[in-house]
Design a protein around this ligand. Structure first.
Ligand SMILES: C[S@@+](CC[C@H](N)C(=O)[O-])C[C@H]1O[C@@H](n2cnc3c(N)ncnc32)[C@H](O)[C@@H]1O
Length: 270
């Protein structure tokens, strides 16, 4: 089995976790929820700070959820979130999506949110998720598709942001336009029964704009993505400050509107 070759572009700076912590099963895994039953055992691959993982655990009160994550540090937050909610049916562990340390058919559902875009071998990761899921079970994945992001008003430096993000993410071994490719990766991984869908997040209120624009402004100059952009020769510090200013300008505009496109797949294991 392969192991990870890609660098996780965002890292776990506070500005990144500010984004992840807002995620819920309702706003990030709605395409999966109709298939869940209270007794199910779920593996949440690349669970990060675990807010979606904890929601999934609440939805399977007679089942169990395991959150698996490559970076041990962020699991402290995930465990604290589960403890805060008093959840007894969720646990967290470190591991690599490409080489899951579970026997075949260990779970009813294997889920990954915003993970396949960051891994070195998304087809290999989906094969592993299929292997550890029982026949009749489901492999579910949702990933954003950066080229499908749409916003208003037009601010030229935000076009530069998108171009820079594509270059940095691909140099790190990821695929930022993963959403449109998920069904193709799933077919390559051996799935025959694949249901594709798409959904968006939309940010338009003053509070949403402050949060989304603010976290991207901070990420652009403070997170791993900023460091990797400069170290990789993709941008100068001045470029990053210009892009961060553009995010603040977008957030301050009362006409500001941003739509984040995602692709989704539900794959039945046969
Ligand atoms: C964008 S975050 C998504 C976190 C969470 N699923 C959510 O949506 O809030 C991607 C996560 O995948 C983890 N990750 C990246 N590559 C991985 C791999 N090969 N195996 C397991 N986790 C990985 C990263 O450390 C990061 O926490």
């Amino acid at each position: 089995m392969a192991s990870e070759t890609a660098v996780y572009t965002h890292g776990h700076h506070e500005s990144v976790l500010r984004s992840h912590r807002r995620r819920t099963a309702a706003n990030s895994a709605a395409y999966l929820l109709g298939a869940l039953k209270p007794h199910m055992r779920i593996l949440d691959v690349g669970c990060g700070p675990g807010t979606i993982t904890a929601d999934l655990a609440e939805l399977v009160p007679r089942g169990e959820v395991v959150g698996l994550e490559r970076e041990a540090g962020v699991l402290e937050q995930a465990r604290a979130e589960a403890e805060r909610r008093g959840l007894a049916n969720v646990s967290f562990t470190t591991g690599d999506a490409h080489a899951l340390a579970y026997p075949d058919a260990s779970f009813c559902v294997a889920h990954a949110h915003q993970v396949l875009q960051h891994v070195g071998d998304p087809v290999g990761a989906l094969r592993e998720m299929r292997r550890v899921t029982e026949p009749g079970g489901i492999v579910a994945a949702r990933d954003s598709d950066y080229a499908g992001f749409v916003w208003y008003p037009r601010i030229p430096a935000l076009d530069d942001w998108l171009d820079l993000y594509h270059r940095v993410a691909r140099a790190n071994g990821g695929e930022p336009d993963a959403g449109r490719r998920l069904h193709v990766w799933a077919r390559e991984a051996g799935f025959a029964d694949i249901t594709s869908s798409s959904s968006t997040w939309c940010y338009a209120t003053p509070e949403e704009r402050r949060w989304w624009g603010g976290l991207w402004a901070d990420r652009t100059v403070q997170s791993s993505y900023a460091r990797l952009a400069v170290e990789g020769g993709h941008a100068t510090e001045d470029d990053l400050h210009r892009i961060a200013d553009a995010w603040r300008e977008w957030a301050a505009s009362e006409d500001g509107w941003f739509s984040v496109l995602h692709g989704e797949i539900l794959c039945r294991v046969t």
